[in-house]
Design a protein around this ligand. Structure first.
Ligand SMILES: [Zn+2]
Length: 262
């Protein structure tokens, strides 16, 4: 079961790779056939198998031997794992207790909604790493879908309040740091996180984002890769914080903090 779900996720991940590469360049997402960015060689079907092709080609283009970015298999593997985790988070009970495959429409909707938002976060993170921008073309549709979903669930007030609170905090950080700490893209992303996670999970997500960002920043300075003043894209840490808060609930987060302080 897990292998089938992972395969679907990995195939979806290769579509995310296309978005990650083509969206910032303004190239049509569906028009062009997949090709090597160095020599332009059109890829054959066996060079387009998610995850596997990268390893079969030993990470090199079969035409010009140029290195293929590790980003391709990484995004496909991350997407596959997200599909498995979301699947078992939503449908777990049925399998363990009833051992039968009966899914309600609402669970199916929840599944695709959560895949959609988490995949948006993957695309945002990888574009932020490459280009230091958080693309409106991803973040706005995600916010819109999240609003609709919460409306359909008739649970809009608390997520909306969480989104506004996260938005305001980040807006103030930008205002007082004069844009040095983070960009306006991070503010929109924080609002999306509030809508998706609601209260109190948004707090756990932001805590993880700042802690992981700080640890990573200190590590980079320690190994001399970055100076104190250079910028680090914050989007990936917000996405990572969201993933952690989504898969481990607020209660587990509280227990974790309590265990740390004992
Ligand atoms: Zn090539």
């Amino acid at each position: 079961m897990a292998i089938i779900i992972f395969t679907f996720g990995a195939i979806f991940g290769s579509f995310l790779n296309v978005l990650i590469y083509r969206l910032p360049e303004g190239v049509g997402v569906v028009r062009k056939k997949s090709h090597c960015p160095k020599c332009g060689k059109t890829l054959k079907w066996h060079e387009l198998i998610p995850v596997l092709s990268f390893f079969l080609l030993r990470g090199k283009c079969s035409g010009c031997k140029a290195k293929i970015s590790w980003q391709y298999p990484a995004v496909e593997i991350i997407s596959g794992l997200i599909w498995i985790l979301v699947f078992f988070k939503i449908f777990n009970f049925q399998f363990l207790i009833f051992n039968q495959f009966s899914i309600s429409n609402f669970q199916l909707l929840a599944f695709f909604y959560q895949i959609f938002i988490l995949s948006s976060l993957v695309v945002i993170s990888f574009i932020d790493v490459r280009k230091m921008i958080i693309p409106d073309k991803i973040v706005y549709p995600a916010i819109f879908v999240s609003l609709l979903y919460n409306l359909a669930r008739k649970d809009i007030l608390i997520p909306l309040a969480a989104a506004l609170a996260a938005f305001s905090v980040f807006y103030l950080i930008i205002f007082f740091s004069k844009g040095r700490a983070m960009g306006f893209g991070d503010v929109k992303l924080a609002a999306l996180m509030g809508l998706f996670l609601s209260y109190p999970d948004i707090l756990a997500a932001l805590w993880w984002a700042f802690v992981l960002g700080a640890i990573f920043g200190i590590m980079l300075i320690a190994v001399g890769r970055k100076g104190l003043k250079s910028q680090l894209p914050f989007g990936p840490f917000l996405a990572l914080g969201t993933l952690i808060a989504y898969f481990f609930s607020w209660k587990m987060f509280i227990n974790f903090i309590i265990n740390l302080s004992i």
